[in-house]
Write a protein that binds this ligand. Structure first.
Ligand code: ADP
Ligand code: MG
Length: 145
């Protein structure tokens, strides 16, 4: 499915909409949202929409240097949103120090991964995969596969 957004607010609203649909399906493992797209495409803006939808009140920043940031959720069915930014990684093996396998195996986690194409090996088959492309300064094409 392809969506077109005209500003960051529309991208955040789309994130909210797609997340709610995605989370309707209950899983045995973590719910993974995989984000692709070049620098400035709007991946972090999309994550802000996810965070808002999950009731997170603090401002989300891309954890480019910290690799992962975790947010405690008040929602009943999920306990944490973990936000990863893989821009600086060589490959998925760099995620081992975070205990990524345990995180992905736990169904109370929502795991959001920017630059997910760099760690394709760890993505579950049924993740919500989003690719964002520039159209113009304030328009983005958002592809959900
Ligand atoms: P990324 O995380 O992919 O590197 P960011 O989300 O940090 O990108 O930055 C996206 C930038 O593009 C922000 O400055 C945002 O305001 C701007 N922007 C303009 N139009 C849009 C849109 N339709 N959707 C998302 N971001 C947009
Ligand atoms: Mg980012």
């Amino acid at each position: 499915m392809i969506y077109l957004t005209k500003n960051p607010k529309e991208t955040r609203e789309l994130a909210d909409f797609l997340l709610k649909k995605f989370l309707k399906v209950k899983r045995k493992k973590a719910a993974v949202i995989a984000l692709e797209g070049e620098l400035g495409a709007g991946k972090t803006v999309f994550v802000r929409g996810l965070a808002r939808a999950l009731g997170i009140k603090v401002k989300i920043k891309s954890p480019t240097f910290t690799l992962m940031k975790s947010y405690k959720l008040q929602a009943a069915s999920y306990k944490f949103m973990h936000h990863l930014d893989c821009y600086r990684l060589r490959d998925y093996r760099d995620l081992k120090v975070l205990g990524i396998e345990e995180i992905l195996n736990n169904s109370s986690n929502i795991v959001v991964i920017e630059w997910s194409d760099r760690v394709e090996e760890i993505l579950p088959e049924k993740c919500l995969k989003i690719h964002i492309d520039h159209v113009s300064q304030s328009e983005r094409k958002i592809l959900k596969t």
